[in-house]
Design a binder for this molecule. Structure first.
Ligand code: IMP
Length: 423
């Protein structure tokens, strides 16, 4: 059985934890888009491991593929490999990288820094990891791929095209070619034909878990463009990003928090500007895993989430961080948007519309504590009502409810159990 785990909001939903719980049932874990803009946190034996490029599956000793749809900055990858080795993980045994993944170059980071500075107030608020410029060069057909790092002549030609066509105002660093070759030398033992590897697993009937990064509302096609990342971070990215036919994807699990966060610029209709937002940020530890930036916090937006459920065709949902809302007198959810006084029938991804919508909320009474609960019937009835409302609104069954940061602090619903049994 093949499953995609996809962020349903603006990223940072807690995908790492759910992927970590699911990994034992899978044989191969695949990252199919994005790069080190992601930060997936896994808590292992009290130790917090944050992975940016490497699939989280590696922590559980599963073969982990960085597939063709990703963009990789090798120095960061090497640092992560080192950290994993220090944690006793046999990185060489479990990590593979597709030769057709694209390489992020130092110049991409520099170009992004300049672009963001030029935009000033109108900046995207990127992670400044060079992700956008690397994808620009991919689609501009002048990118450097991981496999190219093994070929001096290929690199010489590509660098000359890149610097004459795109970065003519910048001088290539003198040691760039040698640096790229040394990256290639280090990565050579991990390089594979990614699509062949993934398809051989499919052919043998093994289970593949596709690990999404960022979230659907940051998807370059379906998100709040231009305040998005530069890849298809919804389930739409899987086929192109990993080289498997859409025919073979069995399930898509959407991950969402019981509230909403956003990091970077862009519209956020349910953003809380008052004290409740600060409280959620502090209690939920809502600071970027990659950049440390404080995340903007808001109430759960069911209009946006419904859109996400439709785009991804979610089979199930994992709802995260219920405990962060513990102790609130009331909790709110956005259930409808009004635009120029009219009800909108679906989520409008354009920022110039989103900025002007009026959100209609529904309020729910709060509850004392859900922290660490592992059974549905242990939840306070107010929390249970809140959960049921969300499930019915979205028309997607909830498989997991997370009630704390560690992997044990989770409720697996009967639907979730059924899914796990089928693995
Ligand atoms: P980029 O992906 O660095 O180009 O950033 C584009 C937008 O996506 C910015 O708003 C970032 O804050 C946001 N973003 C990128 N990666 C993540 C992530 O993993 N979690 C949350 N937001 C992200």
């Amino acid at each position: 059985m093949n499953l995609a785990v996809v962020g349903a909001q603006w990223g940072d939903e807690g995908k790492g934890k759910i992927i970590d719980i699911l990994t034992p049932g899978f044989d191969l874990v695949v990252r199919y888009q994005g790069g080190e803009n992601a930060g997936h946190t896994v808590v292992e034996g009290g130790r917090k491991i944050i992975l940016h490029t490497i699939p989280t599956g590696i922590v559980r000793g599963k073969l982990s593929l960085i597939a063709n749809g990703t963009v990789v900055y090798p120095p960061t990858l090497f640092r992560e490999m080192e950290e994993l080795r220090a944690a006793g993980i046999e990185v060489e045994k479990y990590l593979r990288i597709s030769k057709t993944a694209h390489v992020v170059l130092p110049i991409h980071r520099e170009a992004e820094r300049r672009s963001e500075e030029r935009r000033g107030e109108k900046r995207i608020g990127t992670t400044r990891k060079g992700i956008g410029p690397a994808y620009e060069d991919k689609y501009g057909r002048r990118g450097i791929r991981v496999g190219d790092l093994l070929h001096r002549e290929v690199l010489e030609e590509k660098l000359s095209i890149l610097f004459s066509e795109k970065y003519s105002e910048m001088t290539p660093p003198r040691d760039l070619l040698e640096t790229l070759l040394s990256w290639g030398n280090s990565l050579a033992p991990l390089m594979v034909d990614g699509p062949s590897l993934a398809n051989s697993y499919l052919k043998e009937g093994k289970n593949i878990l596709f690990e999404g990064a960022q979230g659907t509302l940051l998807d370059v096609d379906f998100g709040t463009y231009p305040y998005v990342t530069s890849s298809n971070s919804s389930a739409a990215g899987i086929s192109g990003g990993a080289g498997i036919s859409p025919r073979f994807l069995d399930h898509v699990l959407g991950i969402a928090k019981f509230y909403a966060t956003r990091v970077g610029e862009g519209p956020f209709p349910t953003e809380i500007r008052g004290e409740a937002g600060v409280r959620i940020r502090e209690k939920g530890g809502e600071f970027g895993a990659t950049t440390g930036r404080p995340r903007r916090c808001g109430w759960l937006d069911l209009v946006a989430l419904k859109y996400s459920a439709v785009i991804n065709g979610f089979s199930g949902l994992a709802l995260m961080k219920l405990d962060v809302l513990d102790g609130f007198e009331k909790v709110r959810v956005g259930v409808e948007y009004l635009y120029k006084g009219e009800k909108l029938n679906s989520f409008p991804p354009d920022p110039y519309v989103l900025r002007e919508v009026e959100v209609i909320y529904r309020d729910f009474p709060g509850w004392d504590s859900t922290r660490g609960k592992r059974q549905m019937d242990e939840l306070p009835k107010e929390a249970l009502n809140f959960l049921k409302f969300i499930e019915e609104f979205l028309e997607v069954p909830v498989w997991f409810v997370s009630t704390g940061p560690s992997r044990e602090e989770v409720i697996i619903t009967p639907e979730g159990e059924r899914f796990l049994k089928g693995l």
